[in-house]
Every structure is written in C-alpha cells, then in structure tokens.
Design a binder for this molecule. Structure first.
Ligand SMILES: Cc1cc2nc3c(=O)[nH]c(=O)nc-3n(C[C@H](O)[C@H](O)[C@H](O)COP(=O)(O)OP(=O)(O)OC[C@H]3O[C@@H](n4cnc5c(N)ncnc54)[C@H](O)[C@@H]3O)c2cc1C
Length: 379
C-alpha cells in the first residue's frame, strides 16, 4: 500500500471531466502530489467537453449573494491562471471577452432586469441598461420586440480544449490517467479506500476523490449514502451562417435560450434543461424548439443552418449548488460534483479547494455551504 505523500496511488480521482482534471492539476502544482485520474470513457467526454464555455456570474440563473460571490471568485481564478495553464499545457483554449446582451421581452423582464443591473452594481460589477431606442443601432440582431436590455462584458472559453489543457498541465507535473470504470467503493480499516472496477480489478488509495459528474450517485450508494443529484440533459445546436453574414460580436441570452458566438468562429444556440435520466442523446424535437425560440428573439438566425446538435448531462442538485468537501465520518473520501450549469466556471476554484483539503492544508476558500450534509441524506 502506498504511503501518503508522493506515491502514484496516494490520490485517486474518479472522473476525467473538468472537475477531476482541475483537482489533479492543483494537487500537483500546489502540493507536489501526483494523482491518478480514473476515466472510463474519454477525457472531457461528458458535459465538460461539450459545454458552451461561458463564464458569467449573473445571467439566466439568479443565485444567492453568497453563491454569486463564490462564482465571481471562480471567474477571478480563470483570469489569474489562464496564461499559466495555457503556457504549461501548450493548449490555447481561447479565453476571451464577449459582450453579453440580456433583452427584456415583456414588462416583467424589464422590472427583473433593471433590478439585476442594480444588484450587479452592488456586487461591484459593471452592467448597463440599454434603452429600446439604442438597441437597433447597437444590437441589430435582436428582435424589434425587445423593450430594452442589460449589457455586460463576460469571459468565455472553449470547453474541450480547456479540459484538455487542465489535463495536459497536470500530466506535465506527473499526473497519470488510468482507463477504468469504477463500480464500487469500499472503506477498509486503516484509512484505506478500495475502488472496484467493472473489470474486476481493484485499486487501493488513501485519498479518493469522487468527481464523476452525475454518475457519482452510484458510487455514493455503494458506500451507503444518498447523493441527491440528477442528470439534467442540455442540448446545443451548432449553427452556420450563410456567407456574407459575419458572426455577431455579442451574445444574447434570455431564459434558457441563447446565441453565443465563439472565438473559434463557431456559433452556438442553446439550450434545454431536460430531466430524462441518463439519456445523453440529442433529439430533433429539442433542435426544433431551440431554433424556434432563438429565431423569434434573433430574427436573422432564420438564415442559419444546423451543423450538428449535441447533448450532455449536467450534474444537478435540488438547490442548484455543487457538493464539494470531505464525506463526513469517512477516512479520506471527498466529493466534487453537482456543479449544474456552472462546472466550467467553477472548475478552478473547486480544484484548488479540494486540492488543499486532500493535502490537509488550510484553504482560503469557503466551501462550507457545499457540504453533502446540508441535504440530511447521510445515514
Ligand atoms: C449544454 C450544456 C452547456 C453548458 N454550458 C456551461 C457553460 O457555459 N459554463 C459553465 O460553467 N458550465 C456549463 N455547463 C455545465 C458544465 O458542463 C458541467 O457542470 C461540468 O462539465 C461538470 O463537470 P464534471 O467534471 O463534474 O462532470 P463530467 O464532465 O460529466 O465528467 C465526469 C467524467 O466522469 C467519467 N465517469 C463517470 N462515471 C465513471 C466511473 N464510474 N468510472 C470512471 N469514470 C467515470 C465520465 O466518463 C466523465 O468523463 C454546461 C452543461 C451543459 C449540459
């Protein structure tokens, strides 16, 4: 059995999504601990490699002040570390600015959005209310039905290259990936955790991080506790514009619908929030619904053609907050999942927090509101 410290199996992370890769990176970069990432499919093959890649604290979801501040801290870490991660990994994940326009399409939107402007300002964020008379000249793609809009400048990135960059940077510091499907976790005496793979192989470790997205529920059950989390399918239409159109220089978001031009030249139209179990397949129905809604809000998209539609599963908790921390009464078992709509945004802050916890170091990030025990489902 490896001793705690530098041995390759001192830390095992189940899940090679953006959360698992980020934890591995911080463990290696900040603590010199080289974890093994256990991944059953491909790195970033879940939501992490298929997400829109928008990093905004305020948008279609209105979170509590505390959670919004945590998200802002997460975005600040992206600003701080983007160059370091891109340099170490050699992967440019196109971390860039994008103007975000949130239109009011009815009177109640006007009230909500004007309140949001004040709230954003109270958080120290810059947000402007654009009057309807200015919309046509500034945001000509938007329907003339809009009664005003909030404009902000946000960050975005390319999700799959970002996930790969986290992995490559971690690998350069000694992290390894093992192919395998974790079926069961057993806590053995002497602070040893055993992971049983579907293949029958077993892996022992002194620190296990469960970071396998919505599938963490099954691993929790094998340990005898309930993780109240469900997969929430989201679909994105990848669209192309006819020649001569040119990609708009701003994004437009309203409820679940959005148009997001990417720095790569791609045009993403979203999305859905579907509770359909572990079904990761795109549907023609969702594609039609997304197109109908975005064309209504952004008429020039009528001319867009569909390249493909993708679907993936968000790990979604009842209160929309992630689950980050040590499992109570366990010896060396940690959870990092449930990031819902914000996993790309919160990847770095989660990676640092769990890295510090596993290394038994003081952590300057407050993760007390993300404990599993808040649900009262521990046995
Ligand atoms: C349509 C859509 C758009 C999104 N857009 C954004 C966005 O713009 N900004 C943002 O911040 N967030 C966004 N998200 C949310 C974000 O994608 C997720 O919160 C995040 O990717 C979750 O990462 P994860 O690493 O926890 O899970 P995942 O990406 O699901 O990774 C889990 C990994 O674990 C592996 N795995 C599962 N079970 C096992 C097992 N038993 N053994 C071994 N390996 C296993 C899987 O193969 C997978 O690779 C979006 C999500 C969707 C669906």
């Amino acid at each position: 059995m490896p001793t705690r410290g530098k041995s390759a199996h001192d830390v095992v992370i189940v899940g090679g999504g953006v959360i698992g890769c980020s934890i591995a990176y911080f463990l290696a970069a900040h603590h010199g601990i080289q974890a093994v990432i256990l991944e059953r499919d491909g790195i970033g093959s879940g939501a992490s490699g298929n997400a829109a890649g928008e990093l905004a604290a305020v948008g279609r979801h209105q979170y509590s002040d505390m959670y919004t501040k945590f998200i802002l801290q997460g975005i600040a870490m992206h600003h701080e570390l983007a160059d370091e991660i891109m340099d170490t990994s050699g992967i440019d994940y196109l971390f860039s600015d994008i103007t975000q326009v949130r239109p009011a399409l009815n009177r109640s939107d006007v009230t909500d959005l004007q309140y949001q402007v004040q709230w954003q300002e109270s958080l120290g964020l810059s947000a402007n209310w654009v009057e309807p008379s200015e919309l046509k000249s500034r945001y000509g793609w938007l329907s003339h039905k809009a009664l005003g809009a909030v404009e902000t400048v946000e960050k975005q990135l390319e999700s799959y290259p970002f996930c790969l960059a986290m992995l490559r940077a971690a690998e350069k510091l000694g992290v390894t990936v093992k192919s395998g499907d974790a079926a069961k976790i057993v806590q053995l005496p002497g602070q040893i955790v055993e992971v049983e793979l579907e293949s029958g192989e077993t892996i022992q470790t002194t620190n296990l991080v469960i970071a396998n997205g919505p599938w963490a529920v099954a691993l929790g059950a094998s340990l005898g506790f309930t993780i109240p989390m469900k997969p929430l399918r989201g679909q994105i239409v990848h669209a192309a514009l006819p020649s001569g159109f040119g990609l708009p220089s701003y994004s437009i978001f309203h409820d679940s619908n959005y148009m997001l031009p990417k720095a790569s030249g791609a045009l993403l139209l979203g999305t859905t929030d579907e509770a359909v179990g572990f079904n990761p397949f795109p549907t023609k129905e969702a594609e039609r619904d997304i197109l109908a809604s975005v064309v209504d809000m952004i008429p020039p998209l009528e001319a867009a053609s569909v390249i493909r539609t993708t679907a993936c599963l968000r790990p979604s908790t009842p209160d929309d907050l992630p689950i980050i921390g040590q499992i109570p009464d366990s010896d060396g078992i940690y959870l990092a999942t449930g990031h819902g709509h914000k996993g790309i945004t919160l990847a770095l802050i989660t990676g640092k927090a769990i890295g510090d916890l596993v290394a038994r170091r003081n952590c300057d990030i407050d993760i007390s509101m993300f404990k599993l025990s808040r649900f009262g489902t521990m046995q």
